[in-house]
Design a protein around this ligand. Structure first.
Ligand code: BES
Ligand code: ZN
Length: 850
């Protein structure tokens, strides 16, 4: 993938479309192997275009006939679409094409899942349905007629005429083709309704297979909460008479925001207490909110081109994070988001796949729906809000919606709304979108005569294609504590925009203890010389919940690094401080569960790599287990008390308060089992009346090698529930001892229920394998080989999911020569495979590039 690769698309090459579309009419005659799609598209020359070449995207389409203004034409079929001599005036183009949904295993375009027809068009899937300018800056109202004997026929917008064997839908809001959707199947609805702030009634439906009707209530409530929240917090009202959500079992992603017809991976919407965990409920609430929020941030205002993806995704993730914070706990949510950002986005930024939040080029856009675009994109929105304040943020968003409703816009348009609404110059801030890599912020302190000075220095390491970095604008939230633990300077945001800058605080009677980057106010790595005493002090006294948690995390990391690198033992001082934290009844149980979460093995591997050494995944795993043992040993009484006194009684509720207690008691259970065996977990397993308690107990038992019987019982109990069986598959691999992980995964691939063409099932096994760091990186290389074998098997059928899962290998350059050799061999084996998809070959190419 070089600069000259003809398949590479560049941001700088953007040109406006030659023709715009005023209206689209589509008729679908559904048949499994030979669906006919009839289109009638009203084109008009674009006054802002630079050329008049008429090109329509199309892939895998059998063209039956084409007409312009009613006269038959013979378009020239070329790579990726068709061209023809089009009038330099408004005209109607008609085409009839045939497609084969049954053989569409890529799950992009129109495909079948369990006998139901459904679509996935983002980013470039509409071109697999019919010939069309499949680019987001071409927006049009759509009218759709579906002909099929299936009982439920759905498309975007409002329902029109329907009858025996047909249904019509009209979507009045101009939209890009990527938001088109169609569903046809034998489905039932869980229905509800919502009255908008201006008094319009909206019919809400969640469409599922009959067997799943008991898993819809929570999703429906989450949808209503999302609609209310967007009205109250952003002043955004829903704009159609109906809002439909459909659950499908075969789906590459989590969910999709098609206008008025969201399509969800069933794992991202279906939940009952018996089948879904607290974490599933929370995720479902967030994803429903996310897709709903796209109605304004993505649909009404969309992206000019796919380089602007963070415009809708980063902003919408930020909005769903705010929503979850409001529904649950801001402190706990911020910690979860920071953990995810560090585990996944920093990992991406530190490796060969690093790219800016707005990339400059791509081969396959599906490869750029990344944690960087999403999570760092959301962090950028959060920084903007911090810099301009809540009021400025509100004004900027109002202006953005008012100015750009119905348009396809860019990051520049977005930033201009902030500049115009607040008067702030954001030209330097814009570097956050173009510069890849995680800034490191180094801290130096000075104290003399009542003046405390913080000197902050920023530096961003080189990333592929970007050797030299410039300073970015970093909002650093700082508070100062007195040595007695009182806060003397409450949180204030200082702006670091130069390479190095000092900030002075006067009028202090004693040298303060700083609490820096409160609330994780910017997506940076803080480099701070801090003693364990200071960290223990902050863990006890910091008023900022994020930094209170962070202090404990830093203590744990330092201890683990010393155990791994210097062979020291667990630090009793840390464990005692942790014990005081988790015993503090003034703290939220969910927060205390987060205190108990040690840094992950992959995070430790990166930290070791940054000290100039090759991490040894086995040693990391062993040190982490040893520390867990030591914690269980030393804090046995506290943990037992927490387990006993924080049990939730009464009927199951997925609400934050109960979920928090369960996460605390289950964290305690997991530790206690290390020193006390499996009796407590077995009892919990037997008594469990909900999936959270059941699967937590099973996981604990498997990790201590005592779960045989429960594993079997679980399978017998749940073999008919696909979503629960995904957990059964995944957990066995996740809980495997490192040396058994690959063998466990391999054995599971021979299980009759291992339906590898289903992305959820494939990910359950192989996502768990790559997530079991010490197992995946076992010295034999068995994990690498197994994953590569299965990626090669999946690639011809489903390139998108295959390409995503190649990321398991992305950290390969961190490791020792033996592991590097093994991984390189697998990457090269994949790269040299005949007929490899564009998706996978781009990913492997980037990972192998120097
Ligand atoms: N627009 C995306 C779905 C999508 C992603 C379509 C990639 C095509 C290619 C949707 O809004 C989304 O972001 N979904 C996330 C979940 C969300 C809560 C972050 C997903 O599917 O993982
Ligand atoms: Zn999204």
């Amino acid at each position: 993938m070089t600069q000259h690769d003809p398949r590479t698309v560049y941001l700088r090459d953007y040109t406006p479309p030659a023709y715009l579309v005023d209206e689209v009419r589509l008729t679908f005659r559904l048949a499994p192997h030979a669906t006919r799609v009839l289109s009638e598209i009203r084109f008009r020359p674009n006054p802002d275009a630079t050329g008049r070449d008429f090109f329509l995207h199309g892939e895998g389409l059998k063209l039956i006939s084409a007409h312009i203004n009613g006269a038959q034409v013979t378009p020239e079929l070329i790579e990726g679409g068709l061209t023809l001599d089009a009038p330099d005036a408004p005209f109607t183009f008609e085409a009839e094409v045939e497609i084969d949904p049954e053989n569409n295993t890529a799950l992009e375009g129109l495909y079948r899942s369990n006998g139901m027809y459904c679509t996935q068009c983002e980013a470039e899937g509409f071109r697999k349905i019919t010939f069309y300018p499949d680019r987001p800056d071409v927006m049009a109202p759509f009218h759709v007629r579906i002909e099929s004997d299936l009982p439920v026929l759905l498309s975007n917008g409002n329902p029109g005429a329907s009858g025996e064997g047909f249904a019509e839908w009209s979507d009045p809001w101009p939209k890009p083709a990527y938001l088109f959707a169609l569903v046809a199947g034998d489905l039932v609805a869980h229905s509800g309704s919502f009255t908008t702030m201006s008094g319009r009634d909206v019919a809400l439906n969640l469409w599922v297979r009959k067997a799943d009707i008991d898993k819809c209530a929570f999703g429906m409530e989450a949808l209503k909460k999302s609609m209310t929240w967007d009205e109250e917090v952003y002043g955004r009202e829903y704009d159609l008479d109906v809002f439909n959500i459909v659950a499908v079992d075969d789906f590459n992603m989590g969910a999709m925001e098609n206008k008025g017809l969201n399509i969800f991976n069933s794992s991202a919407v279906l939940a009952s207490p018996a089948t879904a965990t607290d974490a599933d409920f929370e995720r479902i609430e967030a994803i429903i909110a996310h897709e709903y929020f796209h109605n304004w941030t993505g649909n009404r205002v969309t992206c000019r081109d796919w380089f602007q993806l963070c415009l809708k995704e980063g902003l919408t993730v930020f909005r769903d994070q705010q929503f979850t914070g409001d529904m649950r706990s801001h402190a706990v949510k911020r910690i979860d988001d920071a953990m995810l950002l560090r585990a996944a986005q920093f990992r991406e930024d530190n490796g060969p796949l690093a790219h800016p939040v707005r990339p400059e080029s791509f081969v396959e856009i599906n490869n750029f729906y990344t944690v960087t675009v999403y999570e760092k994109g959301a962090e950028i929105v959060g920084m903007l809000r911090r810099l301009v304040g809540d009021e400025g943020y509100g004004k900027a968003l109002d202006l953005y919606f008012e100015r750009h409703d119905g348009q396809a816009v860019t990051i520049e348009d977005w930033l201009r709304a902030f500049e115009d609404a607040t008067g702030r110059d954001l030209s330097q801030f814009a570097r956050w979108y173009s510069q890849a890599g995680t800034p490191r912020v180094h801290v130096a302190e000075d104290w003399s005569e009542g003046r405390y000075t913080l000197t902050l220095r920023q530096e961003t390491p080189p990333t592929p294609g970007q050797p030299d970095k410039q300073p970015v604008v970093i909002p650093v939230a700082v508070g100062l504590l007195n040595p007695n633990g009182d806060e003397v300077v409450p949180t204030q945001v200082v702006e670091l925009n130069e390479a190095e800058q000092s900030f002075a605080f006067d009028g202090l009677s004693a040298r303060p203890v700083p609490s820096i980057l409160r609330g994780f106010s910017a997506p940076v790595i803080l480099r701070q010389e801090q003693s364990d005493e200071t960290r223990t002090f902050l863990l006890a006294h910091d008023t900022d919940p994020f930094n209170k948690w962070e202090a404990g995390r830093d203590l744990a990391r330092t201890n683990l690094m010393a155990m791994i690198q210097d062979g020291t033992g667990p630090d009793a001082g840390y464990i005692d401080a942790l014990g005081r934290g988790i015993a503090d009844e003034s703290l939220d149980p969910a927060f205390r569960a987060q205190l108990l979460a040690l840094p992950g093995e992959d995070e430790l591997a990166q930290a070791i790599f940054e000290t100039g050494h090759a991490p040894d995944p086995t040693a990391i795993h062993e040190a982490r287990e040893a520390l867990r043992h030591a914690i269980a040993d030393r804090l046995g009484d506290v943990l037992t008390r927490l387990y006993d006194t924080h049990q939730v009684t009464g009927p199951y509720s997925p609400e934050a308060a109960d979920a928090g207690r369960r996460s605390l008691t289950n964290a305690a259970l997991s530790l206690l089992s290390l020193t006390q065996g499996g009796d407590r977990a077995r009892a919990q397993y037997r008594a469990a009346d909900n999936m959270t308690q059941q699967i937590a107990a099973l996981g604990v038992l498997l990790r201590i090698g005592e779960g045989e019987a429960e594993l079997k019982a679980f399978e017998d109990q749940w073999s008919h529930e696909r979503l629960v069986m995904n957990k059964w598959f995944g957990l066995q691999v996740a809980a495997s001892a490192p040396r058994d992980a690959a063998a466990t995964a391999e054995a599971l691939t021979a299980h009759p229920a291992f339906d590898w063409k289903n992305p959820n099932r494939f990910r359950a096994v192989f996502g768990a394998l790559s997530g079991n760091a010490a197992g995946f990186h076992a010295p034999s290389g068995a994990g690498y080989r197994l994953l590569a074998d299965w990626l090669l098997k999946l690639d011809p059928l489903n390139p998108q999911t295959t390409a995503r899962m190649t990321q398991a290998f992305s950290t390969w350059k961190r490791y020792d020569a033996d592991r590097k050799t093994l991984i390189r061999a697998e990457l090269e084996r994949i790269a040299s495979t005949e007929g490899l998809s564009r998706d996978t070959s781009e990913m492997i190419g980037r990972m192998l590039a120097d």
